[in-house]
Write a new protein. Structure first.
Ligand SMILES: [Zn+2]
Length: 112
């Protein structure tokens, strides 16, 4: 995942939202980020802070909500919270289907 590209996309969404609402400034950008989305939060925040200069989002703060990774077994149906991606159920060796953890969404844009 290229955090700089991602930061640019998020910034564009925020600026577009401000324009749509005829707002002069963006205050906050809410982001939902799965643990397995493969994004370095620090790198993302740093890129965002560099790119936002001289835009309507220059004072905007990234508010990031992390979503843990959950998977369900296709055999026994048990739900597991995963630390890292695991393909097989620890209880019955069924196949785990990822339910959450790969999210990468802009939830909201708070502007003036
Ligand atoms: Zn199972």
């Amino acid at each position: 995942m290229h955090e700089a590209t991602l930061a640019e996309n998020i910034l564009n969404i925020a600026i577009a939202a401000a324009q749509e609402n005829h707002a002069a400034k963006v205050y906050k950008v809410g982001l939902t980020l799965g643990e397995l989305a493969g994004v370095e939060v620090e790198a993302l925040t740093m890129s965002f802070d560099v790119l936002k200069k001289d835009t309507s989002a220059q004072d905007a703060q990234l508010v990031i909500k992390r979503v843990p990774c959950r998977a369900a077994c296709n055999k026994c149906g048990k739900l597991f919270e995963l630390e890292r991606y695991n393909f097989f159920c620890p209880e019955c060796d069924g196949i785990l289907i990822l339910q959450t953890g790969r999210e990468l969404l802009v939830d909201y844009v708070d502007c003036e």
